[in-house]
Design a protein around this ligand. Sequence first.
Ligand SMILES: Cc1cc2nc3c(=O)[nH]c(=O)nc-3n(C[C@H](O)[C@H](O)[C@H](O)COP(=O)(O)OP(=O)(O)OC[C@H]3O[C@@H](n4cnc5c(N)ncnc54)[C@H](O)[C@@H]3O)c2cc1C
Length: 470
Amino acid sequence: MQKSTSAAVTELISGLGSKKILTTAEELVPFMKDASYISGKMPVAVCLPENAGEIAKILSICNKHRLDVTIRSAGTSLTGSSISGFPGVIISTMNLNRILEINTSSRYAVCEPGVRLDKLNQELKKYNFFYPPDPASSRASTVGGSLSTNAGGLRAVRYGATKEWVLGMDVVLPDGHIIRTGEYTLKRSAGYDLTALMIGSEGTLGVVTKAILKIEPLPESTAKIIGFYKDIESVGKTMDKIKSAGITPLIAEFMDLGTINSIRKGMGLEIPEYTKFLLMVDVDSPLEALNRKIESARNIFKEFTGDVNVITDIKRMDEIYAARKGAYSALLDLRENNNQLIVIGDVIVPSSELAGAMTEIEKCVRDDGVKATLFGHIGDGNIHANIFMDNTEEGRKNMEKLQMDIAKVAITHNGCVSAEHGIGTEKNRLLYEEYLERDSLYTLEIMKSIKKVFDPNNILNRGKIFYEPD
Ligand SMILES: Cc1cc2nc3c(=O)[nH]c(=O)nc-3n(C[C@H](O)[C@H](O)[C@H](O)COP(=O)(O)OP(=O)(O)OC[C@H]3O[C@@H](n4cnc5c(N)ncnc54)[C@H](O)[C@@H]3O)c2cc1C
């Protein structure tokens, strides 16, 4: 360890107490991984602060010693954003896990960053309310992590991503200043929107220590409609038509046969022999109008496929929902060997472009001859092409080619290379390509200038988001 690094660790221990600073190898090793296929460097210390003041102290010390800092919540990042490529300090938010207030009249909840999303929703359910952003990882992922990646999830088709649901936050900056962005009110017109700037910033600007989140009453009654398909284009066309007919689903998910097979047991559905793709759409409405809504959606399904199931039993709907949420983890069972890694794709296109883009993405997978499964939050145009990568140089090259081919399809169809997982180190090459194709690389330069204002010494999550071509 360098002299200045060990001096910083000594200062951290004397500032916070040795119980809140982990320094032994067996304590540090787990922090070298997140849920992506990427591995990070072993940190020199992991800090377990309990409040904003302690975080300010940690950051001031690290800033003084120019020590790299990575903020970590649940570590479910799929892009390598909660691990570090440098041997620095990790700030874990696991001890900041309290729900501080629920206010149903003003429609907000105030949370510390380590609150798990499912825990928040379990609490809100007691009041008949919920917090809409719903990444499939919601059992583990947290308020701080989801806010910093602008997480989407299954309900984004109706409610949008996390950015629509944050009113304000407290943030500790690298020099130790604690700032408040936004407020408790639904409206605010007061200069630059620093709340929006923080969302999706992937721990590169500051540490969120408190968030004021908008909440909604739970939908009154819901139903799930499931169609089975022979071709992907018809899935895209069904979705396009449903949305054009004025139906905004609560959830709309598609999956290919590989994915269906991996979660078939959990879903407990009869799947017709010919099925290559499945589309599930949840609709909601006041009880008296639900049947009308189901019929409109079902008729659209029937234009594109013969077999359509309608499920209104809440328990069955919950089971299928849980099975779909397990799709990522189920992919692990589809690996050909334990060395194979899974790279989760995350492109998005406008709904009207879906049918074309999905057909082209399926063709890319076929042409490149790399194993991949497709599923996604199709209601908002988000397609996850999940690539099985052999852990060799050739395997990596093949993965990168397919990833870039798919990214180019999304860009050509007016879409983006990352819908909800963020950039991390895994997609920074793709983000660069997106701005290059749009002839807007200067946008990235402006982002870098903003980063410098917040973090002039570049200690926070160095190497994330920005790609530096040779
Ligand atoms: C099985 C599985 C399913 C998933 N499904 C979805 C999905 O449907 N939709 C979706 O959007 N994502 C999904 N993800 C990705 C991931 O769960 C989300 O990005 C999630 O929001 C990350 O939350 P986390 O608490 O694990 O954050 P972490 O992984 O710990 O951190 C993520 C990023 O946020 C930063 N960060 C964390 N806390 C703070 C803080 N307090 N202040 C500042 N920065 C902070 C970190 O530095 C990092 O850059 C899935 C992941 C898995 C493993």
